[in-house]
Ligand binder design. Structure first.
Ligand SMILES: Cc1cc2nc3c(=O)[nH]c(=O)nc-3n(C[C@H](O)[C@H](O)[C@H](O)COP(=O)(O)OP(=O)(O)OC[C@H]3O[C@@H](n4cnc5c(N)ncnc54)[C@H](O)[C@@H]3O)c2cc1C
Length: 250
């Protein structure tokens, strides 16, 4: 929403258009808790974006350009940007590995499924973490590329050790980060221990250009083919994370 608002501002169209964000969540980044969620919300509101929490979408009527919510409310739109409902692909659903949630429960440290030597990583997994809004209501580890990446490193290490008959001590520790692009070449940086107890320990760095350029560099590294260029970009990211004192596993 913030990037769209920024795009419209750059085109000097901001006075002709309204941008609204509807979400079933109580605040942005709910896993990070109310303080962080409120600061992200404030940035959005300062950009003139309408924030509508606890809005569970139930249907989209493309012909009438109308969306409806569980509350019975509906709104009309000119342009709808929507994240479709998230579910595991059929091959996973039919694998016998998923539970009633439709995702694969795994050992949170090793990513091993209920079957020995069968691992699952990334969005298809279901990992329970301590509650944040209500301590007695556990949450799920968010589905994020940064976790999929880190889990891949852990599982490849475990499998490689098994092949040579060694016991691996490698575990996925639940650390994660994300750059939060707000437009105008600025970003925030949220990072922390999502396995933290009594609840995930997530911090937010103040908005700055450094996080935006960090994201640009990260993307260039991610998309670069394996080789010299990728190694150089990785070294730059490692130097940056050490100077800025942020834990980033690449
Ligand atoms: C709008 C949006 C913004 C996001 N922003 C961020 C962000 O800023 N930071 C972040 O960390 N994460 C972000 N994410 C989440 C991130 O994209 C996912 O968590 C990540 O891609 C998960 O990786 P994965 O490998 O588990 O699954 P995927 O990336 O979904 O990969 C699964 C692959 O399997 C393929 N596949 C499916 N079925 C079959 C089959 N039968 N045979 C062969 N292949 C198959 C699919 O085509 C797909 O390519 C964002 C997601 C969205 C939707």
């Amino acid at each position: 929403a913030m990037l769209i608002a920024d795009f419209l501002k750059n085109k000097q169209l901001q006075n002709n258009v309204t941008v609204n964000l509807y979400t079933p969540e109580p605040l942005p980044l709910p896993v990070a808790g109310p303080a962080l969620g409120n600061s992200v919300k404030e940035v959005m509101v300062s950009k003139g974006i309408g924030f509508h929490p606890l809005s569970q979408l139930t249907s989209v009527n493309y012909e009438e350009r109308k969306i409806e919510f569980a509350s019975g409310n509906s709104i009309n739109y000119d342009l709808l940007v929507i994240v479709p409902s998230h579910k595991a692909p059929a091959v996973v659903l039919q694998s016998g590995l998923v539970d009633e949630s439709g995702w694969i429960p795994v050992n949170k440290d090793t990513l091993e499924t209920k079957h020995n030597n069968v691992f699952a990583i990334g969005d298809i997994t279901s990992i329970t973490i301590p509650g944040r809004w209500q301590p007695d209501k556990p949450m799920k580890l968010p589905k994020a590329g940064v976790f999929a990446h880190s889990q891949a490193l852990t599982v490849s290490e475990i499998i490689a050790s098994k092949i040579v008959g060694k016991e691996s001590k490698e575990i996925f520790c639940g650390d994660g980060f994300c750059m939060l692009e707000v437009g105008e070449d600025l970003a925030g940086f949220a990072y922390g221990d999502f396995y933290g107890s009594p609840h995930p320990d997530v911090k937010l760095k103040r908005l700055g250009k450094v996080w935006h350029w960090g994201k640009v560099l990260f993307e260039k590294w991610w998309l670069a083919p394996i080789g010299f260029r990728k190694n150089i970009l990785q070294s730059l990211l490692k130097i940056g994370s050490s100077v800025l004192k942020i834990p980033v596993k690449l």
